[in-house]
Every structure is written in C-alpha cells, then in structure tokens.
Design a protein around this ligand. Structure first.
Ligand SMILES: Cc1ncc(C[n+]2csc(CCOP(=O)(O)OP(=O)(O)O)c2C)c(N)n1
Length: 379
C-alpha cells in the first residue's frame, strides 16, 4: 500500500495472513501448501478476474444476459474452495464465480448466463448446486444437504455462500438455527461486500458484525479478510475440519466433541463494480469510497506473496495471464456454440406440466416448426 493509501481493514478484528501489500504478517501462520497449490490459487484468481471482465463485456455486446460481477471478491471464493475437498458440496448465490473456476466448471457454467439449461448436470456432477437468485432461499437447502451427508455417514460438508443482504431473510435464520441444533456440517459463508444493491451494510443490520449472529445459534462465527486468499483458505480449512469431525449429527442434545459443528464465516470484502450489469452504483455510492479497497486487490496481494517468496517471476505471471485468456476464450466459444432449444423454458420448472403451460409449449413448438426459429429471434 503506498503512503497515501489507508487500509480499510487496519483497525478491524479480522483474520489475516497477508498484509495489505501481500506480505505475510509477522504473527500469521502461512498455510502449509505446496508451491503448486499456491500457484493454483493465483491462477484461479486470475482466471476468475478475466472471466468477470469478459462477462461484463459480453453483456454490453448483447451476447449474455444480466450478469453479477465479482471483481474484488475473488479471494474469498477461490481461497475457501481450495480449502474444501472435491466431494464437498458448494451452494451459492450468484456472485461466487471463483468457486466455479476452482472446480473447473466454467465451460458448463457460462451457458447458464446465456439462458441455456445445458451444463446443469455437469455442474451437479462437480458438486455444485445450481445458483440461486431468490435471496437466502438456498440456505435451508444447503443445511438439509449437509444434514443428509451426516445422517448417511458420508464424509462431506457443504459450503453455502450468500451476501450480507441474505442475513435479513427468514431463511437464513431458520437454516442457522437448524444447523446449530442438529450439528450439521455446514459452512455459512457470508460475503460482507459493503452493499446489497444500494443498501449499505449499516442499513442492513444493527449487529456490529455478521459473524456475531452465529452466537445466537450456538456456534462459532469468525471474521476474515475476504480479499486475502490465504486467510480465506486458512479460516475455511479450520472450520471445515470442525464441520467434518465425526458423529452422526442426529442427536440435538448430544454435546459430544466428535459431533460436526457448523460455522459462520464472514468474509469482509468489497464489491468493486456494479451489483449487476443492470445497476449503476454511481447513483448511490461515491466512487472514491472504492479506492482504498482496490488497494487490497486479492490478485495483487497473492502475486506479491508469490514473487517475494520466489514462487513466481515475470515469465510465470505472463504465462498465467495467457492461460487465463485462453481458458476464458475457450469457455466463451463453447458457450456460444450451444444451440438454444425453445422447449427448455418449459421443461425445467415443473415435474409435470400444468395443462395451460403444456398448451403454450405445444403452440410455440408448432409455430417454430411452421416458421423456423429465426422468425422468433430479436433483431
Ligand atoms: C427474496 C428476494 N428478495 C429480493 C430480491 C432482489 N435482490 C436481488 S439481489 C439483492 C441484494 C442481495 O444482496 P446480498 O445478499 O448482500 O448479496 P450481493 O448481491 O451483495 O452479493 C436483492 C435484494 C431477490 N432476488 N430475492
């Protein structure tokens, strides 16, 4: 951080491994990872940022629908997902694209943002639930899935991502309560990114922190610098260990240490861009407010860490950037070659179509047969 920068988290009680510039803090424990794993975290951050830039640009060109940018929030999504096992399930809102990148599912994921159904099965096979736009509605499902894992004695946990705004929904509180009472192996990953669209966090909750909400439900809440990928990794790893710890989790009264314990992780971070491509943040926030957070950019900090510990050099950085360009370009090419099936919009909401919806489906397909699909495309 230069002499003009002020670190917005300097006085906050958050777990950090790296300082604002990316140097390990003197009293922090750097996670004991292989060089390859450190570089993979960096690579996934860079791919996520590249994906984000391209997705915003595609939306501006009319090539994808409304998109939720994640710039600034890559560190928490990537760091936390590296701390999970591949068999663990991820349930998320709509902004945690870094988790998708870590699971190598970008190609399957991008068609979703173009309105296609394909890829949903591949994403499920990669242990990721479909994203959820209904704020907070996925949190009880995530708890249910984690309870099922525990009930069946499967060594799996669920990381459920959501924003600070979701904590104002009843679903969040019901899910937290259930998890606390039944000891479910759930990590509640709350992304405190400053805003819920135009509502600042100060208008969202009267609690001092989101993490402290866990107190009410009888389990631990922790605050971490979500723009520090290594701290996000370390905190998630620790919470995942406790969530995994034995027990069948069905006895609400048991206090056996072997039982899994849920945790609430508050990732303190900042959304650099707009809420979605349909939003204009200049209407409700002063862009100068973003600058100090930009100085905590997770990619810059991870790069500094890798360079200064001799794990990457100019050539390595250039290679990662080139790879990110290619991976994202390939995913876009694949997504743009998907042929839309007009029946899709009818076929995935109901197990059995109600008669009036069936009539609409049949009428549309008959018209497409008669006039061809091009007759229905927008100019
Ligand atoms: C139940 C429900 N209410 C309202 C909305 C409209 N809405 C979409 S995003 C959003 C803000 C969510 O903020 P937050 O949970 O903090 O996540 P962020 O977008 O900041 O990542 C709202 C209110 C919705 N999608 N679902």
């Amino acid at each position: 951080m230069d002499e003009h920068g002020t670190d917005p988290l300097a006085d906050e009680d958050v777990v950090r491994v790296l300082d604002a510039d990316g140097r390990p803090l003197p009293d922090a424990t750097v996670p004991d990872l292989s060089d390859d794993r450190f570089r993979a975290i960096y690579r996934d951050l860079v791919v996520t940022r590249r994906f984000d830039e391209r997705a915003v640009s595609l939306q501006r060109q009319g090539r994808i629908g409304t998109y939720a940018p994640c710039a600034g929030q890559e560190g928490s999504a990537v760091g936390s997902t590296h701390a999970l096992a591949d068999r663990d399930l991820i349930s998320y809102q709509y902004r945690e694209h870094g988790a998708i990148v870590v699971r190598d599912l970008l190609t399957e994921y991008l068609p979703y943002w173009m309105g296609h159904e394909v890829g949903t099965e591949a994403i499920a096979a990669g242990n990721v639930f479909p994203l959820n736009i209904g704020i907070g509605a996925h949190i009880p499902h995530a708890v249910g899935a984690s309870w099922a894992f525990d009930y069946r004695d499967e060594d799996r946990i669920v990381a459920c991502h959501f924003g600070g705004g979701a904590t104002s929904e009843g679903d969040f509180h019901e899910a937290m309560n259930f998890a606390g009472v039944f000891d479910t192996p759930t990590l509640f990953c709350c992304h405190a990114n400053g805003w819920a669209i135009s509502i600042p966090e100060s208008d969202q909750t009267a609690s001092e922190t989101f993490a402290q909400k866990a107190d009410a439900y009888g389990f631990d809440g922790v605050r971490v610098d979500g723009m520090d990928p290594l701290a996000s990794y370390a905190v998630t790893r620790e919470a995942a260990k406790r969530a995994r710890a034995g027990g069948d989790g069905t006895d609400a009264t048991a206090s056996d240490d072997a039982h899994p314990r849920p945790a609430l992780i508050e990732f303190v971070e900042y959304r650099f861009g707009a809420h979605t491509t349909a939003d204009d943040p200049t209407v409700y926030r002063d862009e100068e407010e973003v600058d100090p957070w930009r100085a905590l950019d997770p990619i810059d900090r991870m790069e500094t860490f890798l360079r200064e510990t001799g794990r990457i050099d100019d050539e390595g950085v250039a290679a990662v950037r080139e790879e990110a360009d290619e991976v994202v370009a390939d995913a876009i090419d694949a997504a743009e070659s998907v042929e839309a099936d007009p029946a899709d919009m009818f076929d995935h909401a109901y197990a059995e179509l109600p008669p009036e919806v069936r009539r609409q489906r049949d009428a549309l397909l008959a018209a497409v047969d008669e006039h061809g699909e091009d007759a229905f495309l927008r100019e």
